[in-house]
Structures are given as structure tokens and as C-alpha cells.
Design a protein around this ligand. Structure first.
Ligand code: G6P
Length: 437
């Protein structure tokens, strides 16, 4: 018997994860799948969609359980895939729009929006880890829930021995975009990367087919990018702007390939200028993925199943499923993980939560020992690590003072006055979710 639970089962990402699971069924033979969500309406919709997927793939032998009851969700489970979003898209909208009002970056994981989301998410994720400890202490928790650095820091403190692996698909998406647009095959790449989540750099991208480190030539190519957004691959229009920004970033700092999210930390003013303060990414997702999911459930209710058969649920689920496969079959593979540093980056504090390469197999994460990093990256990381730690202190100590220090030290924020204004407004907006500060 192989039982898995998707926590945040009502999420629009669930069908992608389930599709990825189904296409790996020889190496990951699930017998029972449980969707756990606190929102019964989203749970009901997802039940229809996943049920339809199982019919399409001729997998009705798999038991499907949809529940709002933690005991039913987690008892004797083997793997938990966690992708909860505390407060949903409505609160994501607040995370993005409140900082923008004060001309600060408004983004769901970077900047003060990410910190607000962090204070909301910690409680939700600790609850889930607590349930798993209670009902299935040997289960593996594979976590996607954002903002990952902050969540991982909270887990490191409260449940240091939990069987939990925190991963993010951002490096994969970035590599895929670069590889496909510059004529490489990402499958041949062995990337070396270090940083915090959504905040890091490649130091090397070894291509096993070309037998060389291709990072220097990619940086050269990016430095020459001077294209119109319209020229970019059709499916990648949203990425094209990011790509131009990446090109700008390596023109400033050509020594390493940055994660595209560094745009928020290096050019916060530019990011704010380019943002529509009334229509942010949350609104795009509400009108796009979210609306499509509701529509799909409605169609199935009406007996129209044609669309769902042709729907592309994207690549998002593959990464986390690859990790589950590596654990279950003890076939260690290299992934990027978010984990306590413990010397991986030798000149960075041991207890920082970093994103680095690691091999993952039946014994969990075995991370690599990397080279010391340069002062520019180290300085940026140390400041941001301290900010994240202060935020997690604020959660556990119910401390307004620590929250204000964290908000002020966040690397997108130039003024303590703006930090305080945003914190005070966010306190009100998050009154149902944050701990009392
Ligand atoms: C990437 C990031 C995630 C983020 C997601 C948001 O996958 O790595 O951290 O949650 O993008 O995507 P969305 O389409 O919801 O803006």
C-alpha cells in the first residue's frame, strides 16, 4: 500500500501534481490518494476534476479520499505533498497591493508581501507537520508552501527532526527557460547553485553532453539580449520581461548567473514603476488559473468532460514527484533543496536556511559542500537571513518590535518609516491570520 496526501488539495496546482504522479505509477504505485483542504467548496471541485482524471487515465482502482478532517487525511500516510496557501488568493492580493501603496515591492514571496505571507503561513504549516507527527510520524513531507525560507526556518526551530524536505521549482523553471531559448537541453545540466530561496546564484552549469561549464557563455548571451518581448517564445511571454531583466542584471553583475527574483532586491524602484498597483499577479491568477479551475469543475458537473481531457496542467508537479520517486526507490538524484546550511556554504552561518544542491534518496537530504562565497553575495545573504530570522522570532515571541526590525531589514526596503507604515496596515489586514504582535 502506498498512501499519499496532498495538503492544500483544493489548489489549482493539484491536477498537475496528480498528472505527474500518474505518469510515474510504475515507480510510484499509489493505492490511495487523499486530498486535504480546509475549504469544502474547493475540495468538492477538486474531487470532480481528479476523479475525471482517474477515469481518463483508467486508474479508478486508486482510492480517492477528499476530506477536511486531519485524522482521516494523515493517518498512516506515506507521503504528504504540502502546498497550502493560508488566506488564499484574496490575501495574496493584499500582500502585493499594500506595499505597492507605499512604493515598495509588492510580491508574494519577496519583500514585505513575502514577510506578511510568512507570518500567515508559519501557523498553517506547523499545524500540518504536527498532524503528521501525530498520525503518521514516519511519513515524508515534501513541501512547496511559500515563502519557503521562512517556513523552513520555523520548522527548523519547532520540528528539527521532522522528515520534511522543502523544495522550490524556481531554479528548474529558470533553467528550462534559458536552456530552451538558447538551444541547450536542461536534462544534460548539472547546476551548482547557492543562496536563499528566490535569492541566489549559479556558480556553474556543467553540461554533460557538451562536457563543459556553460554558465559563462550563457552570461555572455544574456548580456547581448536586446530583444522585444514579442520575439520571445509564445508560451513564455510572461517570462520575456523577466528575461530582459536578467540580461540587465548580468550587465551589472556578470560574475554569476542570478535567480531572476533578485530583480526585486537589486531594482526595487524599477519593479515598483513597472507594476500596475491595481492589477497585480494575484488578479491575473484569479482571472486565469483560478477561474479556469472553477469552470472545469462546473463543466464536469454538467457532463461536459471534453475540455479537461485536453487541458495542459503544466510541469509544476514533476519536480516534487521526482523527489518522491527518488526517496521511495532509494535512487539518489541531485535536486536543489532549501535546508539548514550546516557548513554547505562554509563562510555563512551554520543555522541559515539556504538553497543548495543535494542528493536525495531513502535517507533524505545529503547536501553538497560548496566553495566559500564572495563578499557581495555573502553580505546580501547575511542581511536577508537576519531579516528572516527576526520575522520568525516575531512569530514565536509575539513581538511587534522584532517584526518591525525584520520589515526594516528586508533587502527591498529603504526606509524604516515605510516599513512601519506597511507593517501597521498589514497587521489590520491580517488580523484573522497573524499571531498577536
Ligand atoms: C514559481 C515560484 C513559486 C511561486 C509561483 C507563483 O513557481 O517558484 O514560489 O509560488 O511561481 O506562480 P503564480 O503563477 O501563482 O504567480
Amino acid at each position: 500500500n502506498l498512501i499519499i496526501t496532498i495538503a492544500g488539495g483544493g489548489s489549482t496546482y493539484t491536477p498537475g501534481i496528480v498528472s505527474a504522479l500518474l505518469s510515474n505509477s510504475s515507480k510510484f504505485p499509489i493505492t490511495e490518494m487523499r486530498l486535504y483542504d480546509i475549504n469544502p467548496k474547493r475540495n468538492k471541485d477538486m474531487k470532480l476534476i481528479i476523479n475525471q482524471l482517474l477515469i481518463d487515465k483508467d486508474r479508478q482502482d486508486m482510492k480517492l479520499v477528499v476530506t477536511e478532517n486531519p485524522e482521516e487525511a494523515f493517518t498512516n500516510v506515506d507521503f504528504v505533498f504540502s502546498q497550502i496557501r493560508v488566506g488564499g488568493l484574496a490575501m495574496r492580493e493584499q500582500d502585493e497591493k499594500i506595499p505597492l501603496k507605499y512604493d515598495l515591492v509588492g510580491q508574494e514571496t519577496c519583500g514585505l508581501g513575502g514577510f506578511a505571507y510568512g507570518l500567515r503561513s508559519i501557523g498553517g504549516i506547523l499545524e500540518i507537520v504536527g498532524y503528521v507527527q501525530q498520525y503518521a510520524p514516519d511519513a515524508w513531507i515534501l513541501n512547496y508552501t511559500n515563502p519557503e525560507s521562512i517556513i523552513s526556518e520555523a520548522i527548523r526551530r519547532k520540528y528539527p527532526d521532522a522528515n520534511m524536505i522543502n523544495v522550490c521549482d524556481m531554479t528548474i523553471s529558470l533553467e528550462e527557460t534559458i536552456a530552451s531559448n538558447f538551444g541547450y537541453d536542461r536534462k544534460n545540466w548539472i547546476p551548482t547553485y547557492y543562496g536563499l530561496n528566490h535569492y541566489g546564484w549559479y556558480s556553474k552549469i556543467y553540461d554533460t553532453s557538451l562536457k563543459r561549464d556553460v554558465m559563462p557563455e550563457i552570461i555572455d548571451k544574456l548580456r547581448q539580449v536586446n530583444m522585444d518581448v514579442a520575439e520571445f517564445n509564445e508560451g513564455d511571454r510572461y517570462w520575456a520581461k523577466t528575461y530582459q531583466l536578467m540580461s540587465a542584471m548580468v550587465k551589472y553583475f556578470p560574475e554569476a548567473l542570478p535567480n531572476n527574483y533578485l530583480e526585486y532586491y537589486w531594482f526595487p524602484d524599477l519593479m515598483v514603476e513597472n507594476e500596475d498597483k491595481n492589477f497585480t499577479r494575484a488578479n491575473m491568477v484569479m482571472e486565469g488559473r483560478e477561474a479556469n479551475t472553477r469552470k472545469m469543475a462546473e463543466q464536469i458537473r454538467n457532463g461536459e468532460t471534453e475540455d479537461i481531457l485536453h487541458f495542459n496542467f503544466g510541469e509544476h508537479g514533476n519536480y516534487i514527484v521526482d523527489i518522491a520517486v527518488a526517496i521511495l526507490n532509494d535512487e539518489p538524484k541531485r535536486f536543489m533543496v532549501i535546508t539548514p546550511n550546516k557548513g554547505s556554504i562554509p563562510n555563512l552561518r551554520e543555522d541559515a536556511v539556504v538553497e543548495v544542491p543535494a542528493y536525495i534518496g531513502a535517507t533524505g537530504v545529503e547536501q553538497l559542500a560548496l566553495h566559500p562565497i564572495n563578499d557581495f553575495h555573502k553580505g546580501m545573504m547575511e542581511a536577508q537571513v537576519a531579516a528572516e530570522k527576526l520575522l520568525v522570532d516575531a512569530f514565536f515571541e509575539n513581538s511587534y518590535d522584532k517584526a518591525l526590525q525584520a520589515f526594516t531589514l528586508n533587502q527591498t526596503v529603504p526606509s524604516a518609516r515605510a516599513a512601519k507604515q506597511v507593517l501597521d496596515e498589514m497587521l489590520i489586514a491580517n488580523k484573522d491570520y497573524w499571531p498577536e504582535l
